[in-house]
Design a protein around this ligand. Sequence first.
Ligand SMILES: Cc1cc2nc3c(=O)[nH]c(=O)nc-3n(C[C@H](O)[C@H](O)[C@H](O)COP(=O)(O)OP(=O)(O)OC[C@H]3O[C@@H](n4cnc5c(N)ncnc54)[C@H](O)[C@@H]3O)c2cc1C
Length: 132
Amino acid sequence: MRTYDTDVLVVGSGAAGLSAAISAHKHGHRVLVVEKDDHLGGTSAISGGWLWAPGNKQGVAEGDTRADAETYIRALAGDAFDQAAVDAFLDEVPEALDFFERETAVDFVYPETAPDYRMEAPGARRSGRHSR
Ligand SMILES: Cc1cc2nc3c(=O)[nH]c(=O)nc-3n(C[C@H](O)[C@H](O)[C@H](O)COP(=O)(O)OP(=O)(O)OC[C@H]3O[C@@H](n4cnc5c(N)ncnc54)[C@H](O)[C@@H]3O)c2cc1C
């Protein structure tokens, strides 16, 4: 058995784990990622890679607003709507995208047309909320 000393231990190397690991590293912490599989990446590595990211720079340039995004989420969430969670999500998306574009080699693509899945819902948009 070996003993490792680290500031941050990340369990799993999917998008969530590696995002946390990169962020922690960029903030000056020593990071250890452990992965139980033979390959890195988890389900994320075989996914389509699309982010639903309201508040991204394309959407803002096209006139999307935080209020519209909240309206859309509220319409879909029904009784499960959690104001604190939604606030945290909508507050952090722009900074998260900016962080990865500024601090890493990630260069997100913003498709010209990428409609929300439920276009009949209030607050839905045809573009400006997806990136990859
Ligand atoms: C074909 C396909 C296409 C998809 N397309 C999209 C898309 O376009 N947009 C979208 O938003 N979502 C998409 N999804 C869903 C998305 O891929 C997942 O929601 C996302 O990848 C989950 O990320 P994660 O980091 O939470 O988990 P994962 O990527 O699954 O990573 C978890 C990792 O943790 C490891 N692990 C688990 N337990 C342990 C342990 N005890 N010790 C060590 N390691 C452990 C696993 O082996 C794995 O590597 C798609 C899914 C599939 C299957």
